[in-house]
Design a protein around this ligand. Structure first.
Ligand SMILES: [Zn+2]
Length: 329
């Protein structure tokens, strides 16, 4: 943690923006251990391994989700040794956590879409970017060379959580901040970010409208929320839908919404949204199998590609989408 993060955060309890910093371990202006004290309500927030725990009490959904993910990580660490730094530095082009082939494939498609979309949607440099649901920080790390970046997540355990971000910071000689907070209460001042990025995480929010309202508050008036890999439910089901149900049963908030639900969330929270199909649509269609995969060749025809309007497709088929949201005036 570097001191300048103080300019952008607020106390999640009283919303005051004045803190005292106590560093018990720091090197070259980077604090790894210590605490922040709110000058107004006196609540203190731990800084541990460079990560600020900027929350008072997590929502029950967040609490449950954190526990299930942690036990999942501990379980998978037994299978494979993930402590290898190169595994992280090569992310996302690595084998995942001893998961089944299908999840591995979905994971790869999602990261491919993420990389292509970031290139397409984030063209500005020297801007402030918050990534919500940053996980091990591989996306944030890619943006941190040219921008002021903050990675936010609930999970800290490496190799899935924020602690893993340390590897990118040290090995790539970059810096970004890491904050643990609940996404229904974002501990930031109003209008401080140019971009908020969320990849396959918004549907985990216990209250999507609350999260969207918070994002709208912290974005500056020309800011953009870049939403990537959000799943949507079509009229026809898919195998992935069943996996989401299992996750829900295990305490992971894998909620599914239709594209109509999503559009309602966006407009109710005052955002103007442009919806896009995944940038690697062809690869996605090919993995669907059967009749649908046979249709992928149609994408070679420009006019048919145009015809495949995102909303139209997303209404029928389970899938995932990208969206760029601007806060309305
Ligand atoms: Zn306070």
């Amino acid at each position: 943690m570097k001191n300048d993060i103080i300019n952008f955060i607020i106390c999640p309890v009283c919303e005051c923006n004045k803190f005292d910093i106590t560093a018990s371990s720091s090197e070259l202006g980077i604090i790894s251990e210590g605490k922040l004290n709110c000058k107004y309500c006196d609540k203190s927030y731990a800084i541990s391994k460079g990560i600020i725990k900027l929350y008072d009490k997590l929502s029950s959904t967040a609490e449950l989700e954190l526990k299930s993910h942690e036990s999942e990580i501990i379980e998978s660490q037994k299978l494979v040794d993930f402590q290898d730094e190169n595994w992280l530095l090569n992310f996302p082009n690595v084998n995942r956590m001893g998961i089944d082939e299908r999840s591995e494939r979905i994971g790869r498609l999602i990261s491919e879409n993420t990389m292509l979309s970031i290139k397409k949607f984030i063209k500005k440099r020297n801007v402030r970017i918050l990534e919500i649901g940053a996980g091990n920080c591989w996306v944030t790390a890619g943006l941190a060379k040219d921008n002021y970046c903050v990675a936010l997540d609930l999970l800290t355990l490496s190799p899935i959580g924020l602690e893993a971000g340390e590897v990118f910071i040290k090995k790539r000689e970059i810096h970004f901040e890491r904050i643990v907070a609940d996404m229904i209460r974002l501990p930031f001042k109003d209008r401080v970010f140019d971009y908020v990025i969320i990849s396959s995480s918004l549907h985990h929010s216990p209250d999507i409208l609350k999260t969207l309202n918070e994002i709208r508050r912290i974005l500056n008036s020309n800011g953009k929320l870049v939403l990537l890999n959000e799943p949507s439910l079509g009229i026809f089901g898919s195998k992935e839908r069943l996996m989401a149900v299992t996750d829900l049963e295990n305490g992971i908030n894998e909620k599914r919404y239709t594209i109509n639900d999503w559009n309602k969330f966006f407009s109710t929270s005052g955002f103007n949204a442009e919806i896009y199909l995944p940038e690697n649509l062809e690869a996605v269609i090919k993995t669907r199998g059967g009749l649908i995969s046979g249709l992928s060749f149609l994408l070679n025809f420009y006019f048919l590609k145009k015809l495949m309007m995102p909303i139209f497709i997303l209404k029928f088929l389970d899938g995932y989408f990208n969206a760029v949201l601007s806060p309305g005036k």
